[in-house]
Design a protein around this ligand. Structure first.
Ligand SMILES: Nc1ncnc2c1ncn2[C@@H]1O[C@H](COP(=O)(O)OP(=O)(O)OP(=O)(O)O)[C@@H](O)[C@H]1O
Length: 675
């Protein structure tokens, strides 16, 4: 039966037909029919992300009217580097196709699947497609895969390139479309040897680019002043400002709001914000109030925020950097690339003409790198190696990547996985490694969960892991509310560490029946808590697949928290710091030790000799965040191979460790004598 469409459908269809990609529809479909791989480069806003997958779907449905593999429907998949884009674009496409989201059009992002057996077009993060490939390396449900925003060169997209290059050989019926606004076409054509390239010039509305005459000393001040200037002297239209991180964004929102009051509606956007808050930026505003969205670069690609006329681009973003020697992966505020700057400008001019205010000179723009450096060259690769091993890649050095990572980085990753027991001496995936790869978590966390039954506390470790996987649950408003928030937090504080504090919050939330008012009264982020409950349920499902026992120590036993702390260490034993006599902590790794400080958010009432930490944060100082007290002798008990004193540089910590080892040896000898 033919579907009857709503009036809205025809209204949007008229607009869609004006998008530049529509002129190239026939050429694109013909090229796709004749080739297995097609590259498509089109300007921002030309209609790639929303239209091309629909064209592809039309062709797939026309050519394959009967059902796909195992009686299921064929799928067209379109990847996005960011979850907020995958979710919002799929909603838009569902609206364009006049269907409910989750039916014919759906999305899958980490910890959230909004697709069903009806789904034929699925937007998903590149990371999720990689996960699907682990379960089914031939991606049997897919007829066409569209890799969007390829220029971003995220780690997952780069791995998908390598993987799909192999898969396409085994599956001649599978097709691949690679899309971007600013693709290094030559590089990709070389990589995929001579595949056709379709160029879509033009955009729907023009964007005027303005540069400053002089370089700006303080980009934050400059950004705030520009927003005020726009508000005071430019015609109506919403504003999108790009900044680098959560704190900076919240602070800027507050400052803009205090200067412009009710005349504007200021909204933050960053990845750790709850999905509900993220969705708020798409709410239409009334004419009298200007919307000002202050965002990290998660709004840089694919997003259309209706009403945005002005973009303010200070030219910086936080970028991941990895030092294989110290094994520290950190985020540093760095200048963006020309490709990023173009993407940012492209957020304007989507539903009407726009203006982009670049807070740097034209000369500086020309001096920026052309493209952002591929993420694979700037990351800790432990997770990547685990993924590749799970995908059956035997020889990592022969896996065909566009930019192969530095050998040092690869060696470090192999080493870490070996210590975690994920790889054996021959670099093959162990049973533990296989299990670890099934958890959508970093390898240490996965290991911690897998071994937690040995410490009789898998229930607690799951709760801690869930809490570590969601946005910060503590709300700390600036100004008046800060003291009250700190007081509320202290009610949950556990003197031995932040992990245990998170566990207290999780338990309290359950005890109060997941009540939203309770969260509000206690300065707890309700959405984060609901997400944690949801994440935990998903982790439980993976646990039961592997028959990993769910168990808890007796809450009244003295060892309740000791067991949990030991289990934490069993996963994170490579993230330990020792308090030196100088009063500083020193990370304790087998090469370069680093002086670090406890992050001010910690809830320890004293400075323990040894701590295990979740995160290394590099800002004005080196901080370790989310820390818990552990005992030095546990290191030699829990990770004896890793903590051989001979492996470590001469230090105070080494001497302590030697003592523990000696004690352990003596007690072993003693127990030998008894028998
Ligand atoms: N949510 C929306 N509301 C209104 N119009 C929209 C929406 N999403 C998309 N559009 C319209 O469709 C156009 C094309 O969007 P699309 O995301 O497909 O472009 P694109 O070429 O992929 O851009 P980019 O390279 O920036 O991702 C937009 O410029 C806008 O006019």
């Amino acid at each position: 039966m033919k579907k009857t469409y709503s009036g809205r459908y025809f209204e949007i269809l008229e607009k869609r037909k004006n998008l530049p990609v529509w002129v190239h529809k026939e050429e694109f479909l013909k090229t796709l029919k004749e080739n297995q791989i097609v590259l498509l480069v089109g300007e921002t806003g030309s209609g790639k992300t929303t239209q091309i997958p629909q064209f592809v779907l039309e062709a797939v449905l026309n050519e394959n009217p009967s059902s796909g593999p195992k009686g299921k429907k064929w799928l067209v998949g379109c990847t996005q580097p960011r979850r907020v884009a995958a979710m919002s674009v799929s909603r838009r496409v569902a609206e364009e196709m006049d269907v409910e989201i989750g039916d014919e059009v759906g999305y899958t992002v980490r910890f959230e699947d909004c697709s069903s057996s009806k789904t034929v077009l699925k937007y998903l993060t590149d990371g999720m497609l990689l996960r699907e490939a682990m379960a089914d390396p031939l991606l049997g449900r897919y007829k066409v895969i569209v890799l969007d925003e390829a220029h971003e060169r995220t780690l997952a997209t780069d791995l998908l390139f390598g993987l799909l290059k192999q898969t396409l050989v085994s599956r001649p019926d599978l097709k691949l479309v690679v899309m971007s606004a600013t693709l290094e076409a030559d590089k990709f054509q070389n990589y995929f040897t001579g595949v056709p390239l379709i160029k879509v010039p033009g955009r729907l509305y023009p964007v005027e680019i303005l540069y400053t005459r002089e370089p700006q000393r303080d980009y934050l001040e400059a950004a705030i002043n520009t927003v005020i200037q726009i508000h005071e002297s430019e015609p109506p239209g919403d504003v999108l400002v790009f900044l680098t991180g959560e704190e900076e964004i919240e602070d800027t929102c507050r400052r803009i709001a205090s200067k412009l009051g009710d005349q504007v509606n200021v909204m933050p956007l960053y990845s750790t914000l709850s999905p509900a808050m993220q969705q708020k930026i798409f709410d239409p505003t009334t004419d009298a109030v200007r919307k000002i969205v202050v965002s990290t670069n998660i709004a840089e690609t694919s997003l259309t925020i209706d009403g945005i006329v002005y973009v303010v681009d200070p030219g910086f973003s936080k970028q991941k950097l990895y030092h294989p020697n110290t094994r520290v992966e950190s985020l540093l505020v760095s200048p963006i690339s020309q490709a990023s700057a173009d993407q940012r400008a492209g957020r304007a001019g989507r539903t009407q003409p726009g203006k982009c205010f670049r807070l740097y000179t034209e000369k500086s723009f020309k001096e920026l790198e052309k493209q952002t450096y591929a993420e694979i060259l700037r990351s800790n690769l432990a997770n990547t190696v685990l993924t590749l091993k799970r995908l059956g890649v035997e020889n990592l050095l022969h896996f065909d990547l566009i930019d192969p990572p530095a050998p040092d980085t690869l060696a470090r990753a192999l080493d870490d996985l070996y210590h975690l027991g994920a790889l054996d001496d021959e670099c093959n995936l162990t049973k533990t490694g296989e299990m670890m790869s099934e958890f959508p978590l970093d390898p240490q966390m996965a290991k911690m969960i897998i071994v937690s039954p040995q410490f009789n506390c898998s229930n607690e470790i799951l709760s801690v892991s869930a809490m570590l996987s969601v946005p910060n649950c503590f709300i700390r408003p600036r100004g008046e509310g800060q003291k009250a928030a700190d007081k509320a937090k202290s009610m949950f504080s556990h003197i031995d560490g932040d992990h245990l504090t998170l566990l207290n919050v999780f338990h309290a939330f359950l005890q109060h029946n997941q009540n939203q008012d309770w969260c509000y009264e206690n300065f707890i982020n309700y959405r984060a808590m609901k997400s944690a409950v949801n994440v935990r349920e998903q982790l439980v499902r993976i646990m039961s697949r592997f028959q990993i026992k769910l168990c808890s120590p007796d809450f009244n036993s003295r060892d309740y928290y000791v067991n949990i702390r030991k289990a934490l260490l069993a996963g994170y034993f490579m993230q330990v710091a020792h308090l030196e006599r100088t009063g500083n902590y020193l990370t304790f790794r087998d090469k370069d030790d680093q002086v670090v400080h406890l992050h001010p958010s910690n809830c320890l009432e004293y400075k323990p000799e040894w701590v295990v930490y979740n995160e290394y944060v590099l800002t004005s100082r080196n901080f370790i965040r989310t820390v818990t007290y552990i005992q030095g002798e546990w290191l030699v008990d829990i990770a004896p191979d890793y903590y051989k004193p001979a492996n470590f540089p001469n230090s105070e910590a080494k001497r302590v460790l030697q003592r523990h080892c000696k004690k352990r040896r003596l007690s072993e000898e003693r127990s030998c004598k008894i028998f």
